[in-house]
Design a binder for this molecule. Structure first.
Ligand SMILES: [Fe+2]
Ligand SMILES: [Fe+2]
Length: 156
């Protein structure tokens, strides 16, 4: 495996993490609607964890002799998963946007696991730790969305 190629992929994931962090953080500020408090708590927790993923990736990039992406402008150029603007603050919309982001992250990290499994066990372990949390994030958001839908159905 080419180490420069791996560093480039880790930098793309790092850009994703910063954008995910901000999407959660700002989503938690603007979100409105039923179950708002539970949703805010979850979004804030996920924001913190995305930031810790950025930390893990940047540290590994440096260990591999690379440079972590240096400017926010670069985030948009190299991101895999993009940034969904939380312009509609309704809880369900925010949850759906973030579920989509987590599904993208799971795909990206699953790919990274495959290419590091044999070649780089240290990076593999870091990616596995991150991937496990992304799976948890996706599940937590989906179960909040399910609870919200159940509650709204009962009210009809
Ligand atoms: Fe993450
Ligand atoms: Fe996540």
């Amino acid at each position: 495996m080419d180490v420069d190629e791996l560093i480039a992929m880790l930098n793309k994931a790092l850009a994703d993490e910063w954008l995910a962090y901000y999407q959660y953080w700002t989503g938690a500020k603007v979100v409105k609607g039923p179950m708002k408090d539970a949703v805010i708590a979850e979004l804030d927790l996920h924001a913190t964890e995305e930031l810790s993923h950025a930390e893990l990736l940047a540290t590994r990039i440096v260990q591999l002799g690379g440079t972590p992406v240096l400017t926010p402008e670069e985030w948009f150029k190299i991101t895999n998963c993009g940034y969904d603007v939380p312009a509609d603050p309704y809880v369900e919309t925010i949850l759906e946007q973030n579920i989509k982001g987590e599904q993208c992250a799971i795909k990206v990290y699953s790919g990274l696991l495959d290419i590091t499994r044999e070649a780089d066990p240290v990076t593999y372990n870091i990616i596995l730790t991150i991937l496990s949390q992304e799976v948890e994030h996706e599940e937590d958001l989906s179960s909040l969305k399910e609870d919200l839908e159940l509650m709204l159905e009962r009210r009809r």
